[in-house]
Design a protein around this ligand. Structure first.
Ligand code: ATP
Ligand code: MG
Length: 327
């Protein structure tokens, strides 16, 4: 079975973008692939985190994975920080990566240009991400379009290592959804809906109340034309709502546009809100049961055991090939 790997860092509350661009893809493939889904908690501390909130969010995220349809019998679910091999492999890969290529990562450039206290970790995190992927020879990595460049970096690093030391890593491929590769902020539909947003005004959280979800969608920024069709350039707000609807209803953009062509903006937004509420409320219902059970502990123990065994083997092979220690 080919292996697929997903991670959503607990840097903020999971959003509708996380669901559509990340979790839903894994659910789609969990029957066909040996599917790994983890909480990249070490990635979260690239920006400042409150320790208590971070610890709680790690649990919340596992519960949200499960509530969103990740089946613990079909997936290996684990925490990155419970596996000490990730950071060890990352070091070797850092020594296989050139400053030039790391400096070209646009996410780093975006985030660094906004933040004041930019850490070295924020700069090197794509290399830790490469380690997360290469450690398990994942063939496919489902990502939103914003993460495509990081998967490409992982491919380049893997290829370079293989050429230099002999075949070691599988070259991973990004899996990008046909619809919903980039869900935009509802207040500023030219920017990505992001969980590290400061106000969450244009961001739908998976744990938002029904009232807040409706309010955020009804006040989504659109345009004054009054016609509903897909045109990202000229109608980013309307196009974004069409994308959200299409991916949750699992219809094409064309089908969605046809369905809404005679609607006014108010009724259109209301119907999009209905669909989002239906999906998210179903997730929350399951979430509430899970968060108070001890199922999560058991699932994480099992995941940690399996991934540690696999990672230990891989890291020893890597250390040996590079000439480190007595491996
Ligand atoms: P941050 O702002 O902290 O980087 P994020 O919202 O970008 O958070 P990540 O943990 O970086 O979330 O990404 C997890 C996965 O979800 C990635 O595959 C990413 O491409 C996808 N994803 C995140 N936001 C969106 C979005 N708005 N639309 C589609 N996919 C998304
Ligand atoms: Mg991100």
């Amino acid at each position: 079975m080919k292996r697929i790997l997903t991670g959503l860092k607990p840097s903020g509350e999971l959003t509708l973008g996380s669901l559509i661009g990340g979790i839903k893809q894994t659910v789609l493939y969990q029957d066909e692939y040996d599917s790994f889904i983890f909480v990249p908690d070490m990635h979260a501390i690239t920006v400042s985190q409150d320790p208590k909130e971070l610890r709680e969010r790690i649990y919340k995220n596992v519960a949200l994975y499960l509530a969103s349809g990740i089946d613990p019998n079909k997936n290996t679910i684990y925490l990155q920080s419970e596996n000490l091999y990730h950071a060890n492999l990352s070091w070797v890969l850092e020594c296989t990566t050139y400053m030039g290529e790391a400096s070209r990562m646009t996410q780093y450039k975006d985030k660094a240009s906004k933040g004041e206290n930019v850490t070295v970790g924020l700069f090197t995190y794509p290399i830790l991400m490469a380690a997360d992927i290469l450690l398990y020879d994942a063939e496919y990595v489902p990502v939103g379009i914003d993460q495509k460049q990081h998967v490409e970096l992982a491919r380049n690093i893997a290829d370079r290592f293989n050429k230099r030391y002999g075949d070691t890593f599988t070259i991973p491929e990004p899996l990008i959804p046909k619809v919903g590769a980039k869900i935009m902020d509802l207040q500023d539909p030219t920017k990505k809906m992001s969980k590290s947003d400061e106000t969450y005004k244009g961001v739908i959280l998976l744990l938002d109340s029904e009232k807040d979800i409706r309010k955020k969608i009804m006040s989504a920024v659109t345009d004054s034309e009054g016609k509903i069709y897909y045109d990202v350039q000229n109608k980013p707000g309307i196009s974004n709502l069409l994308t959200i609807y299409s991916s949750l209803k699992e219809v094409t953009i064309e089908e969605a546009s046809e369905h809404f062509k005679d609607y006014n903006y108010g009724n259109f937004k209301k119907e999009v809100a209905d669909v989002v509420v239906e999906v998210i409320m179903a997730i929350q219902k399951k979430y509430n049961d899970l968060i108070s059970s001890n199922q999560i502990e058991e699932i994480l123990d099992k995941g940690s055991k399996r991934t540690n065994a696999l990672a230990e083997q891989k890291l020893k092979e890597v250390f040996h090939k590079v000439g480190l220690g007595r491996y």
